[in-house]
Write a protein that binds this ligand. Structure first.
Ligand code: NCD
Length: 310
């Protein structure tokens, strides 16, 4: 299958063969990483991390992936403040230039559609590391990798998505991808004001995916094979007052675990604030730290794919 040049929208992975091929490549990276035999395929190449929003996992795992494969990294700690954006430079101009200094650009930006805009002007591949409340396709690839590894399958399960479904980009991308899987049922658990947006619900309906919405965590926890918990996205609220109304709306604790199936898992893209109590961490069903580690292997495979190296 022809390799993708840019990774902007998770729907680029909707053909099962593409996803399968990709997840296999990530698994190969994991095997190499565990055996200490990572191929130095990025030697002489440079990754530019252009982050206009905070990040720990996404930025570091991309950078670590590049370095562990023999490549190098240039980055800006906070592009909104420390790149020429602060002087008023447009995003197209910035990527035109950065693309002359680097071989691949990984971008995170507060505006929806920004990664697509960047890709239009960039002379090198662009990877979307989160565009506002839009999408986060590389997170979804690591989520899919994690589900397959933990459950042993990417179909036939019930997933409860919990928290801020209105502003969270990870759940949006995940819905797009799961719409391609067979026999997946989605339970959206959120306060009324943070419900999943209509465009995604319409997409799921068109694809024939069964979903329902509830405010009650308990029933969903009993039914789910995966509890996918998200943070209330403070930075996307118009006012602190609005945020305070919903913050702490769901907290996964030992009682929640007590309701869950024995072989279910708890996922979270992280960072968590207060939505999963730390005493859940030691339960074998808490998969979120393993999930974050998987980001490294998935991003190695992504770099390999967009740079077209053997
Ligand atoms: C997520 C994001 O940036 O959307 N973080 C991540 O990349 N793992 C989730 C979040 O910030 O809540």
């Amino acid at each position: 299958m022809e390799a993708l040049r840019h990774v902007i929208d998770i729907r680029q992975f909707r053909e099962p063969e593409r996803l399968e091929e990709f997840l296999e490549s990530a698994a190969e990276m994991e095997r190499h990483a565990r055996q200490g035999t990572l191929p130095q395929i990025m030697k002489g190449r440079i990754l530019a991390a252009l982050f206009y929003e905070p990040s720990t996992r996404t930025k570091f795992s991309f950078e670590s992936a590049m370095i562990r494969l023999g490549g190098e990294v240039i980055d800006t700690e906070s592009a909104a403040q420390f790149s020429s954006a602060a002087k008023g430079e447009s995003l197209p101009d910035t990527v035109r230039i950065v693309g002359r200094y680097a071989d691949v650009i990984v971008i995170r930006h507060p505006e929806e559609g920004s990664a697509e805009l960047a890709a239009r002007y960039s002379p090198v591949p662009v990877i979307n590391a989160g565009d506002g409340a839009g999408q986060h396709p590389t997170q979804t690839l690591l989520d899919a990798y994690t589900i397959r590894k933990e459950l042993g399958r990417l179909d036939n399960f019930t997933i409860a998505m919990v928290g801020d479904l209105k502003h969270g980009r990870t759940v949006r991308s995940l819905c797009y991808l799961l719409a391609c899987s067979k026999n997946v049922k989605i339970i959206f658990v959120s306060p009324d004001s943070l419900r999943m947006k209509d465009d995604i619900k319409q997409y799921l309906t068109e694809k024939g995916v069964e979903f329902n919405e509830t405010g009650r965590l308990e029933d969903a926890a009993r039914q789910a094979d995966i509890l996918y918990v998200t943070r209330v996205q403070k930075e996307r609220f118009a006012s602190l007052k609005d945020y305070n109304k919903v913050k702490g709306c769901y907290v996964i604790g030992r009682e929640t675990l007590g309701l869950m199936k024995k072989d279910a898992i708890v996922m979270h893209p992280l960072p968590r604030v207060d939505e999963i109590s730390p005493d859940v961490d030691s339960d074998p069903r808490a998969a979120y730290f393993r999930q974050a580690e998987n980001g490294l292997f998935v991003r190695m495979a992504l770099l390999k794919m967009v740079l077209g190296v053997a």
